[in-house]
Design a protein around this ligand. Structure first.
Ligand SMILES: Cc1cc2nc3c(=O)[nH]c(=O)nc-3n(C[C@H](O)[C@H](O)[C@H](O)COP(=O)(O)OP(=O)(O)OC[C@H]3O[C@@H](n4cnc5c(N)ncnc54)[C@H](O)[C@@H]3O)c2cc1C
Length: 460
């Protein structure tokens, strides 16, 4: 609409929301587009991914985790950032949002032409964690991280930590707390931590974690907390209490969609907000969604999935912003690539695990290849395990996992590219990957695994 100022409201001021807002601004000036961003926390565009490394002390200053502060968004991007404002209602008919001022009190109403819903995810919090016992922390936001840091820095400083949940956040937090000199117990309900990889690969992670002194209790469910003088003193499990001066929750997240649901914004089968390739919400004109609250298409299974990762949030927000700014961009979907580490052990995964491949109806072979990260004779050579899952009939790569010491995690990227482009394991055996003794054996672990997968296919 030429000559009429449009209004964009952004709900959620972190990765997805502010990527959308800044991309839209890059393409349209103030006279064309007014942008208001509501964020209920104290910060914009912060790296939640960096929280474990700030807690551990690897990153010293919290401000290093903030990519852009509200002042920069106001001055350089002309975005009206309203911190500590929580959007409590979205009226699609009247095209307005209601936001509560969490510090000053009171409510504001703001009209919109377009709305970006970027509220992220909500951490799972069991009933026993709702009691408000001091010393129990989540690590979802920078504010959560700050509360935990303060507790760890306090006098008397806690000595015994229990991390509940063995997903990648729990694993990263266990490392952070060990690095701070606490004794750490990780409690996981399943048989292995790191359920993002298959059990045989997760067992390698568990072994390495035990090797650095983390006490892992698998097959153990936490049912409650003990407290002394209002502070946590133990987590209660069926196998008995585990003493704790501090408890960190890493029990996974679900999409933060309550506000959207109430407003009548449709969800997809994964429980996250359904979006099209341009990040528009079908059936809700002028509404866009991005990040941990939104669904993605999995390019291997073909299913809509909820994979809450910063890498997707930034890309999806950028796509929404380009489109809002009058450009054209699409989000191509995901293949489930993720990396993490626990001390020196690195873990990478992409595509489908065995159970995902089976659930998607694929017939497949899977192979595990043991190799080293460098030429065997080169100083510092350490074990590297690569697992490949390939479709039985076509040989197409369906999934890959790597566990190993240095240079393991980012090797998954080559496999992610192969997967993205539908390569077969046979084609992969000829890939021109880099080789020099400090970086790989002459047959890279990825190529060794591909050859092994071809052999497995031939034996069918
Ligand atoms: C400890 C930790 C480590 C991580 N490590 C990695 C990693 O290594 N790699 C990776 O890819 N991803 C990682 N992630 C995930 C990554 O941080 C998220 O995927 C990413 O932050 C999602 O961005 P988002 O903008 O969608 O949501 P969020 O970052 O959750 O931001 C949503 C924002 O919306 C605000 N909000 C919610 N509701 C309202 C409302 N009603 N009104 C106003 N504001 C509202 C929230 O306060 C929040 O700031 C990690 C996450 C955590 C917690």
């Amino acid at each position: 609409m030429v000559g009429v100022t449009q209004r964009l409201i952004v709900v959620g001021g972190d990765a997805a929301g502010m990527a959308a807002a800044s991309q839209a601004r890059r393409r349209r000036g103030r006279a064309d587009l007014e942008i208001v961003a509501f964020e209920r926390g104290h910060h914009t565009s912060y790296s939640a991914c960096g929280i474990p490394y700030w807690i551990s002390g690897a990153v010293e200053d919290r401000d290093e985790l903030i990519a852009r502060d509200p002042a920069t968004f106001r001055s350089d991007f002309d975005i009206d950032v309203r911190l500590r404002h929580e959007v409590t209602a979205i009226d699609l008919g009247r095209r307005e949002v209601v936001a509560r001022d969490l510090d000053g009190g009171g409510e504001v109403r703001e009209r919109f032409d377009d709305l970006v819903y970027a509220t992220g995810a909500v951490p799972t919090k069991p009933d026993w964690a709702e009691d408000g016992v001091a010393g129990v922390f989540g690590v979802q936001t920078l504010d959560d991280g700050a509360a935990l840091r303060d507790w760890l820095d306090a006098d008397p400083a806690p000595r015994r930590a229990v991390v509940v949940g063995g997903g990648y956040i729990g694993v990263e937090m266990a490392e952070a707390l060990i690095r701070r000199g606490l004794s750490v117990t990780l409690v996981e309900q399943a048989d292995q931590p790191m359920s993002t990889v298959d059990e045989d690969m997760a067992a390698l992670v568990a072994e390495a974690m035990r090797g650095i002194g983390i006490d892992i209790r698998t097959g153990t469910e936490v049912t409650g907390l003990d407290q002394r003088d209002g502070r946590v003193s133990a987590v209660v499990t069926a196998a008995g209490p585990i003493p704790a001066d501090v408890v960190v929750l890493g029990l996974g997240v679900r999409p933060n969609v309550a506000l959207a649901e109430t407003a009548g914004i449709p969800l997809g089968p994964s429980g996250a907000i359904r979006v099209d390739r341009r990040m528009r919400v079908p059936g809700a004109p002028g509404v866009w969604a991005a990040g941990d609250c939104a669904e993605s298409l999995h390019r291997v299974s073909g299913l809509p999935v909820h994979i809450p990762l910063g890498t997707h949030a930034n890309k999806q927000g950028r796509v929404a912003g380009i489109n809002l700014g009058g450009g054209y961009a699409t989000f191509p979907g995901v293949v489930g690539t993720a990396v993490t580490k626990v001390c020196e052990l690195e873990v990478g995964r992409t595509g489908l695990r065995e159970r995902d491949a089976a659930a998607s109806g694929f017939e497949f072979v899977s192979v595990v290849a043991e190799s080293t990260n460098r030429a065997g004779y080169y100083p510092g050579a350490r074990p590297m395990t690569v697992k490949l899952i390939a479709e039985r009939s076509s040989g197409r790569l369906l999934g890959a996992q790597i566990v190993g010491w240095s240079e393991a995690a980012k090797r998954i990227d080559a496999l992610a590219v192969a997967l993205w482009n539908g390569m077969t394991v046979d084609e992969m055996t000829g890939l021109d990957l880099g080789y020099a003794p400090p970086y790989a054996p002459v047959w890279d672990p990825v190529l060794i695994a591909a050859r092994k997968a071809v052999d497995a296919l031939d034996r069918r």
